[in-house]
Design a protein around this ligand. Sequence first.
Ligand code: ADP
Length: 490
Amino acid sequence: MRCDALKVLFLASEADPLVKVGGLADVAGSLPRALQQLTAEEAGDGKIEVRLVLPFHSAIKKKSLNPAFLFDFPIPVTDGEVTASVFFIEVNGIRTYLISGPPIPEDGPVYSSDPAVDGPKYVFFSLAALELAKRLEWQPDILHGNDWHTALSVYGLHIRRKSDPFYRNVRSVLTIHNLPFMGAGTEAAFDYFNLPSSEYALLPWWARKVPLPLGLQSADRIVAVSPNYAREITTPEYGCGLDTFLKTREKSIFGILNGLDQDNWDPARDTIIPNNYSLNSLACRQANKDALACDFSLNKDPEIPLIILISRMDPQKGVDLAVEGLRQTMDLPWQAILLGSGNPRLEYACQQLADDFPERIKAVIRFDIPLSRRLYSGADILLMPSRYEPCGLAQMMAMRYGCVPLARATGGLQDTILDENSFIEGGTGFLFQTAEAGALSMAIRSALQVFPDRKRWCGIQERGMKQDFSWERSALEYSKIYHNLLEVKL
Ligand code: ADP
């Protein structure tokens, strides 16, 4: 067993609780902690030490946490250098470094829609985070990047490994949370920071100056956030033009499901929901369903299934399919509450559906976590008709709360839900194949046929609640990848 810990430099654009915009913050907030909490035996060969690096976003500055200033160092650019300033704070036992500097706006959002802002910001951050290890004299065994924002650290490592002994033995892992977001539009920043474009022949020409593809070209291991998404990205349907290239890297691509913060999402201890319950007291959910019926002026009949949608309103999530699928299933008795915000066209479609059938369908167009908890705790079916879904959290939350997911068989949804209508026993939800409203409507029909069979329905709920979606499980798998990578000769 190693006597010193395996050292991981973990880079992300956001991490809970410091700054959260989307699901990546949950990953970067939970995975480092879960990795550090593994015992030496669980981790395989000694403990793991993780140090987290984040941009010092204005959202973090506004929290007045007073991180300690450590030092400045220069990052070379075409006309001189820009200064990176490093601050330090320990968060939940994780040593966290915050990088600040002129390309990271003093008062801007975590992500801008303008590549002229995000390009220099994340190129600078990636290069500074890589250099930081050397300035700290802390040589990581693994550099672990996430998504396009930090992919250029992995690419930068690949370049520096050839010439700089400090980096020669550092291995890299790049996790893809969402392939379509590649960081296109950052070409000018490449030139400004003296980054060469790739000459790798297997990479399509259009991708040779795009951060995520360069990270994918240079990472020693690529992790997609579910085993199924790991396969899907090598196909034309999901590969976003990189499928042929990714196929050449197939042996280095792995799939690891994200976890769920099981303490935070626990129906037995959730302080927001009206009635707490667990596996042994599922019947208490009825009171939560009644409370929803009361608040939303719906029919309080336990025989009528309550269907919910909790989603970003985005074409990726198949919200249009949900609306149309429900319209095609109006002949059956069900009620629905649709919660989400985002694309105005999809918001309007949901609102229109609710306006057309006000007695049985409600639309709530906003982001509302307390309401989402109450919906998971009282509703019978969660719709998740995603066109693609790298991992998906909502279905895991639903299962943990005994709400049965009805989802498209894609990405992480296929890995986490076993179709009750499949030949394998032990279903935890309902799956349909094609991204079409008709297929969704058929799946709703088949779920509603099972619903009156209380014993069978309870079985589906209980099996869902028993699933292990812990971060510990994910951390164990990452730890295996790290250790195996150390065996590989560079
Ligand atoms: P994605 O990260 O692609 O949006 P996920 O399923 O991985 O999809 O995670 C979505 C998370 O956001 C879930 O926790 C879900 O409950 C939550 N969520 C989505 N829309 C809303 C909303 N309008 N109000 C509250 N929570 C929401």
